[in-house]
Ligand binder design. Structure first.
Ligand code: AMP
Ligand code: TRP
Length: 347
């Protein structure tokens, strides 16, 4: 993209380090779980540092009720932990407690080009016809996201499909910074987008992404839904009259069917091909109850654990405060060096 120089690869100089984040806006959905959180859990390892953030500064790019924002921040933290993020192994914190994010974000606002931002499809989708009225923060959002990642010299960024362009922009910002200041200070982080759940779709319309907002609660599974709700929503999910085909190719123009197969695959840690092989020729009368049962088995314990954690908000706050201290230990020296490179005087 553009004039950025992309010659450096993230391997040699930088140790593997994983960073990702989720906004505390609305509730967490099955899309967040399968496309992001479950994969964050799978990427925890004693061999490298993993850093998972509740990105509250990103949430306020659109209006958030102050009291609800705090609750939503704790709820995302509870969702991470209930799904298996271990705060003694990973660094788990909320973005606004580590002020270096906003500071590096400003520097990257001065590196990123307006033309790059104008190409961000998520901004175009979110702003729509209303582009003059949205916040300046919503427009600058991808450069804050670049700061989140590069503040830790992260090399791997697990995200859902919709974030690919933002991670690519992060690489462009790192490249331009390195080029402009004749340094190799920032790594080129790689998006990690793999598996059957990169784009979980709406249960009522298989051409639209499952998202936190949307008129009907029946179109999404919330991570806080109990067993009855989960089963009911899958049983009522939109499908078509055909049975499941012999191969994945047979699902090409059947978005709702494809989505349910992908969800089954992600929940059972299989490929979508393996699910089709098992259920070839089956009708919905067989597949939907099997999916509902699997989803309840996997998701209900997580929603129960989330509710338990949310009963003790002070404990969540302590965990986030501790995680923020650990995050700051990595972030502060990297920001100090960035200031030095840029020539900002520190006497
Ligand atoms: P957000 O809730 O927008 O902060 O998204 C947090 C993470 O969840 C990002 O990595 C998204 O790509 C991922 N995500 C959100 N919705 C979906 C979806 N429907 N399918 C797959 N991944 C998703
Ligand atoms: N922009 C991401 C989203 O909307 C959230 C996010 C913010 C993020 N900072 C990040 C994801 C850094 C990965 C890495 O889903």
């Amino acid at each position: 993209m553009t004039d950025a120089v992309q010659t450096q690869s993230s391997d040699a100089k930088f140790a593997k380090r994983v960073f990702s984040g989720i906004k505390p806006s609305g509730g967490l959905t099955l899309g967040n779980y399968l496309g992001a959180i479950k994969r964050f859990v799978d990427m925890q390892s004693p061999d490298f540092t993993s850093i998972y953030c509740v990105v509250d500064l990103h949430a306020i790019t659109v209006w958030q009720d102050p009291a609800e924002l705090k609750t939503a921040t704790r709820e995302v933290a509870a969702g991470y932990m209930a799904a298996g993020i271990d705060p003694s192994q990973s660094i788990l914190f909320n973005q606004s407690q580590v002020s270096q994010h906003a500071e590096l974000g400003w520097i990257f606002n001065c590196v990123a080009r307006v033309g790059w931002m104008n190409r961000m499809t998520q901004f175009k989708d979110k702003a729509g016809a209303n582009a003059e009225k949205v916040s300046l923060g919503l427009y600058a959002y991808p450069s804050l996201m670049a700061a989140d990642i590069l503040l830790y010299h992260a090399t791997h960024v697990p995200v859902g499909d919709d974030q690919k362009q933002h991670v690519e922009l992060t690489r462009d910002i790192a490249s331009k910074f390195n080029h402009d200041f004749k340094t190799d200070f920032f790594p080129l982080a790689e998006p990690v987008i793999e598996g059957p759940a990169m784009r979980i779709m709406n249960l009522r319309d298989g051409t639209r992404k499952m998202s936190k907002s949307g008129e009907s609660d029946m179109e999404r599974i919330n991570m806080t839904d109990d067993a009855d709700k989960i089963a009911k929503k899958f049983k009522k999910a939109k499908t078509d009259p055909e049975p499941l085909p012999e191969t994945l190719g047979g699902l090409k123009d059947r978005p709702e069917a494809r989505n349910l197969v992908d969800i089954y695959a992600a929940l059972s840690d299989q490929t979508s091909e393996a699910v089709i092989a098992e259920y070839a020729g089956a009708g919905w009368g067989k597949f939907k109850p099997a999916l509902a049962e699997l989803a309840v088995e996997k998701l209900a314990p997580i929603s129960t654990e989330m509710a338990r954690l949310m009963d003790d908000p002070a404990e969540i706050d302590r965990i986030l405060a501790k995680g923020s201290d650990r995050a700051r230990e990595i972030a502060a020296p990297i920001l100090d060096q960035t200031y030095e490179i840029v020539g900002l005087l520190k006497a």
